[in-house]
Design a protein around this ligand. Structure first.
Ligand code: RFL
Ligand code: PHB
Length: 433
C-alpha cells in the first residue's frame, strides 16, 4: 500500500542544509517535510565541521537559532599560520575591519535545528529507505520513500530540495546530460581526532611541516580537535593513539609551546576533494550544499556554503510558491555558484599552500614557502586570506511579511504559519559585497 500526501517543499536530507531550509521556509509560512535515511542519533553525532563564518552566525541568530551557539560558541578573531618552525598570528579583526569566526560544531547546529523543527511540529522522517524523486518535468514533482515501519509514501510537492549530500540521489535524478561537473582529487587525506583535553591554543593553528600539514582546532574549552595530513589511501588501524600524539607534537611543535594530550574519543580518515556540479536546479528540483559541491576542509567552507545555499533557496522558494515569481528561481544556480567558486578557489589555495604534495619537488615546496611568507608579511595578502576565511560574501536575511491562509500563490497556512511571528517589511536579500 502507498500512502499519498501533499506538501509544498519536499526536502531530501536532514543534514544542516535540509534542516535549516525547513526552518527558514517555516518562518515564511511554507510547509515542508524532511526525509532522512539515517537515524536522528546518527545525524546528531556525525563529526564534521566546526567553524562558522561571521555571516553564518548572524544568520543563525536572526532566525532564532542563536541561543546555545551564543552561550557555548567560541569567537575567534584570527588564526595562527605556522611554517619553517615559526608561528605567526593573523589578526582578522584588524585586517577586515572587525570580522571574526566562531567555533560551534556541526553536531550542535544539527541538534539545535532538529530540536527547533520538532518543537514547531515539523515533520522529519528519519530512517527512510528507497528515496526517489520523480515527475520532475511537471510543476508537481513527487517524493517517494519507505518509512521505518515499511510503508511506502508518495508526496506530491510544489518543489523538491536535494539536500542529500555528496552521495545522495537527487543530483543523479536530473536528466542525463544536464549537469556538468568539475573537480580535483588531492593525493592526501585528513586523519581527524576528538580528544578530551583543553585546547593548547587560543586560536586555530594551521601548520605546514615538511612531513605534512597539521591543524589544531577545538570544540569546547574541554575538547580539542586535531587533524594530520596522511596518505590518500591510509588505513586508520596504522595510527595508534601514541603515534597520533607523537606526530602532532612533531608537526605542531615550536620552542616554548607544549601540546596537551588526553584521551582520544574518536578518530577517522576523510578523503579530500573539490567538486562542483552545475546547474544546481532542474525545473522544480533544487540542489543545495554537499549535494552540489564539495571542498577540502582546509578553508572551513563546506558547512558555511551549505547554509548559504539554503538561505538563498528559502527566498527563491518563497518568491516562487507564495508570490508566483519565477525570476529568483531562474537565478538560483548562478547566484549560488558565484559563492561556491570563490570558496572552491580559496579552499584549493589554502590546501595547496599548506599540504605536502607527495608528487611535488623542491620547486613546489619553495613556492609554498614563498607564498606563506608573503601572506604573513604583506597586509594585502593577509587581508585576502582573512576576507575569504571570515566570509567573502556575507549573508543577510530579512523576514518577508507573513501572509495569512490563502494569501499567497499555492501557499496554505503551513504548520509554522499557525504560530505568531514578527512581521517585517523589507524584502530579503543575499548580499554580495
Ligand atoms: P550532509 O551533512 O552530508 O547531509 C546530507 C544528509 O542527507 C542524507 N541522505 C539522504 N536522506 C534520504 N535519502 C537519501 N537517499 C539520502 N542520501 C543522503 C544523509 O544521511 C545526510 O544526513 O550535507 P549538507 O546538509 O549539505 O551539509 C554539508 C556539510 O555536512 C559539509 O559541507 C561539511 O561537513 C563538510 N566537512 C567539513 N566542512 C568544514 O567546513 N569543515 C570541516 O572540518 C569538515 N569536515 C566535512 C568534514 C565533511 C565530511 N564528509 C562529507 C565525509 C568531515 C567529513 C568526514
Ligand atoms: C574544525 O574545527 O573541525 C575545522 C576548523 C577549521 C578547518 C577545518 C576544520 O579549516
Amino acid at each position: 500500500m502507498t500512502v499519498s500526501s501533499r506538501t509544498q517543499v519536499g526536502i531530501v536530507g536532514a543534514g544542516p542544509a535540509g534542516l535549516l531550509l525547513s526552518h527558514l521556509l517555516a518562518l515564511r509560512g511554507i510547509d515542508s517535510i524532511v526525509v532522512e535515511n539515517r537515524s536522528r542519533a546518527y545525524c546528531e553525532a556525525r563529526q564534521r565541521a566546526g567553524l562558522l563564518e561571521a555571516g553564518t552566525v548572524e544568520l543563525l541568530r536572526a532566525v532564532g537559532l542563536g541561543g546555545r551557539m551564543d552561550a557555548e560558541g567560541l569567537e575567534h578573531g584570527g588564526i595562527y599560520l605556522q611554517f619553517d618552525g615559526e608561528r605567526h598570528h593573523l589578526d582578522f579583526r584588524d585586517l577586515t575591519r572587525g570580522r571574526w569566526v566562531t567555533i560551534y560544531a556541526q553536531t550542535e547546529i544539527v541538534k539545535d535545528l532538529i530540536q527547533a523543527r520538532l518543537a514547531a511540529g515539523a515533520m522529519i522522517e528519519f530512517e527512510v529507505s528507497d528515496t526517489e524523486v520523480g515527475e520532475l518535468e511537471t510543476g508537481r514533482p513527487v517524493l517517494r520513500y519507505t518509512d521505518l515501519a515499511g510503508t511506502r509514501h508518495e508526496v506530491t510537492c510544489d518543489a523538491i530540495a536535494g539536500c542529500d549530500g555528496f552521495h545522495g540521489i537527487c543530483r543523479d535524478s536530473m536528466p542525463p546530460g544536464l549537469v556538468t561537473t568539475a573537480g580535483r582529487g588531492y593525493p592526501y587525506s585528513w586523519l581527524g581526532i576528538l580528544a578530551t583535553v583543553p585546547p593548547s591554543t587560543d586560536e586555530l593553528i594551521y601548520a605546514r611541516h615538511e612531513d605534512g600539514f597539521a591543524l589544531h582546532t577545538m570544540r569546547t574549552p574541554q575538547v580539542s580537535r586535531l587533524y594530520l595530513q596522511v596518505p590518500a589511501d591510509e588505513e586508520i588501524e596504522r595510527w595508534s593513539d601514541d603515534r597520533i600524539w607523537a606526530e602532532l607534537r612533531h608537526r605542531l611543535g615550536v620552542p616554548g609551546w607544549d601540546l596537551k594530550e588526553g584521551p582520544i574519543t574518536e578518530k577517522a580518515i576523510s578523503p579530500m576533494r573539490s567538486f562542483v556540479a552545475s546547474p544546481m536546479r532542474y525545473r522544480r528540483l533544487f540542489l543545495a550544499g554537499d549535494a552540489a559541491h564539495i571542498v577540502p576542509p582546509t578553508g572551513a567552507k563546506g558547512l558555511n556554503m551549505a547554509l548559504a545555499d539554503v538561505t538563498a533557496l528559502a527566498t527563491v522558494l518563497t518568491s516562487l510558491l507564495r508570490d508566483g515569481q519565477a525570476g529568483p528561481a531562474d537565478a538560483y544556480s548562478d547566484t549560488c555558484l558565484k559563492r561556491v567558486w570563490r570558496a572552491t578557489h580559496f579552499s584549493w589555495w589554502m590546501t595547496s599552500m599548506l599540504h605536502v604534495d607527495p608528487h611535488s619537488d623542491q620547486f613546489g615546496a619553495a613556492l609554498q614557502l614563498a607564498q606563506l611568507r608573503y601572506v604573513i608579511s604583506s597586509r594585502a595578502a593577509a587581508t585576502t586570506l582573512a576576507e575569504n576565511y571570515t566570509g567573502y560574501f556575507p549573508l543577510t536575511w530579512a523576514t518577508l511579511p507573513t501572509r495569512g491562509p490563502g494569501g499567497g500563490a499555492g501557499a496554505g497556512p503551513g504548520r509554522a504559519g499557525r504560530t505568531a511571528r514578527p512581521r517585517l517589511r523589507s524584502r530579503s536579500a543575499i548580499a554580495a559585497r
